[in-house]
Design a protein. Structure first.
Length: 323
């Protein structure tokens, strides 16, 4: 069982002893936080597995948020050329998004998730009861990805999330479970259609070209979900300026983002640092920064796109970053 130290102190022992009833099991922890989703941490976790003498009959249980899922998943993808793993997400973000789809990896000083592998978990086990201990800011960060699912695929779901604001903040079990199941359905359908992101899977990156730049520029001080919230606002505005996204979409997204106390503006840093960070984005092709734009709320733009994404000039991006 691999988990960060925070989740380890909350649920680590419980999960490890449950597994130990069936098979030998070891609990391995690492320091919490996005800044530990690194090659160094991948190395030390892998070394811990080697030191414990785990063979190819071992399996990894990734217990925690998206950082743990991505990192422990990447350890599983590479350990002895790959061993099975199970995702046990404990943040809303991980339950509705990062535990699904098999993307694993680590960040580098050059940018987010630049080293990694596709490695599907054998199972995902999510218990919304674990969200009771999740700090409010991380709950809101998870909502950002849920809003993204609504924005790209289901306008009614988007509006349901906004209306369910109080119940979500109260951590009502039924409401959280419904959000998890609706989001998982949307994400898994897209992933099943295009596992390796040759085309339609790119629509899950709505808001993410800007988000990844915000995360990198802020030195990962801004949470992924917070950055996605801002990224959706900026990319909706950019899409409208390019004549792709219906006017009015930005306002609806901005209000939803604000309702969950998420940021609508990027941190105040020189624009050129954002443009440089975007140059290193995985979606960049031939030096052009690419985006998955909405046509309107609930529908992603397809017409006139190149495989679901569209390039934008540095000038247009700059204008969208400065409202
Ligand atoms: N693989 C994918 O497809 C995918 C998709 C979306 C996001 N991600 C990645 O996910 C990461 C963000 O995930 P995250 O927001 O879950 O961050 P995280 O894993 O850092 O968790 C957030 C914080 O909550 C704490 N925590 C976790 N569960 C808790 C609980 N039940 N109670 C109390 N505290 C708890 C953690 O210790 C951590 O401090 C980013 O690195 C992002 O790139 C990956
Ligand atoms: Zn994301």
């Amino acid at each position: 069982v691999i988990c960060d130290s925070t989740v380890g102190s909350l649920y680590g022992q419980q999960v490890a002893s449950a597994i130990a009833a069936f098979r030998p099991c070891q609990l391995i922890t690492f320091p919490a936080g996005e800044w530990n989703k690194t090659r160094e941490e991948w190395q030390s976790l892998s070394d811990a597995l080697l030191a414990a003498g785990f063979g190819r009959d071992a399996a990894v249980v990734a217990l925690g948020g998206g950082v743990t899922g991505d990192l422990a998943g990447f350890v599983a993808a590479t350990y002895l050329r790959g061993v099975p793993y199970i995702q046990v997400p404990t943040t809303l973000l991980a339950m509705i998004d990062s535990s699904i789809g098999g993307k694993t990896g680590v960040d580098t000083p050059h940018g987010k998730n630049l080293i990694g592998a596709f490695h599907q978990p054998r199972a995902v086990v999510a218990d919304v009861a674990t969200l009771k201990s999740l700090p409010k800011i991380h709950l809101a960060a998870g909502v950002a990805e849920a809003l993204k699912h609504g924005a790209i695929a289901d306008e009614e779901y988007f509006r349901w999330i906004v209306d369910a604001r109080e119940q979500i903040f109260q951590k009502e079990t039924a409401t959280l479970a419904e959000a998890v199941s609706r989001s998982v359905r949307i994400k898994s359908e897209v992933v099943a259609a295009d596992e390796r992101e040759a085309g339609i899977r790119s629509i899950l990156n709505f808001g993410h070209t800007i988000a990844h730049a915000i995360e990198a520029v802020s030195g990962y001080e801004v949470l992924h979900g917070e950055a996605v919230a801002t990224g959706m606002v900026v990319e909706a505005r950019l899409g409208t300026r390019l004549g792709i996204t219906d006017a009015g979409t930005t306002d609806v997204i901005r209000e939803a983002v604000m309702a969950f106390d998420l940021p609508i503006d990027p941190p105040d840093r020189p624009i050129h640092t954002y443009l440089e960070a975007m140059q290193r984005d995985k979606k960049t092709r031939g030096g052009t920064v690419r985006f998955a734009f909405l046509e309107r709320l609930g529908k992603v733009a397809r017409e006139n796109t190149e495989n679901w994404t569209t390039g934008a000039t540095p000038k247009a991006i700059e204008e969208a970053l400065e409202p």
